[in-house]
Ligand binder design. Structure first.
Ligand code: ZN
Length: 182
């Protein structure tokens, strides 16, 4: 097991676009293992490399008992949206908010051996692919909310015990957020 600490909102790495993976080597396989171990320990439904401080386009997911990873993802999204679905994020421990997302997503990319992979997801799986791919572009779920919802979310974030906005050294171990945090 190689559980890494999860970066919290306020850490600049979460706002930095990640670079495409070029070398499908041993180091990449270790990154996938670290992400998987850290996600399962949290527990979470998804985790992107920038959330453990690594600026590469890699994420892992664990949704509906399906565990996997995707590298250099490219998404095709359905036009129909789920406007009301609650979404959380391991970089915002204990919080979840309604966040609009496409109901279906096709995610194309590679596995850690460099083989092409196509993943099709609906509902929570589709939400996960969108949330994690956003992380790789430096986009956070608060950016996907409408203005009114974002205002409510920012208030809850400022009031959160872990909030790095006022106390950057606070360390918080997230547990049992309903298994839906990403
Ligand atoms: Zn997240």
């Amino acid at each position: 097991m190689s559980i890494q600490s999860i970066r919290l909102f306020g850490d600049p790495v979460l706002r930095t676009p990640a670079a495409p993976v070029v070398d499908f080597d041993k180091e990449l396989r270790k990154l996938v293992k670290d992400l998987t171990d850290t996600m399962m320990d949290a527990p979470g439904a998804g985790l992107a490399a920038p959330q453990i401080g690594v600026g590469l386009r890699v994420f892992t997911y664990y949704v509906d008992d399906q565990l996997g990873h995707l590298i250099n993802p490219d998404l095709d999204l359905s036009a129909d949206l789920d406007e009301e679905g609650e979404e959380g994020c391991l970089s915002f421990p204990g919080l979840s908010f309604p966040t609009p997302r496409a109901i279906r997503a096709v995610a194309k990319g590679f596995n850690m051996h460099g083989e092409p992979v196509v993943l099709e997801g609906t509902d929570l799986m589709a939400r996960c692919f969108q949330h994690e791919t956003d992380h790789l572009d430096g986009i956070l779920f608060i950016d996907r909310m409408d203005a009114k919802q974002r205002k409510l979310a920012m208030k809850a974030i400022r009031e959160a015990e872990w909030s790095g906005l006022s106390a950057p050294t606070v360390k918080f171990s997230p547990h049992a957020t309903g298994g839906r945090a990403l």
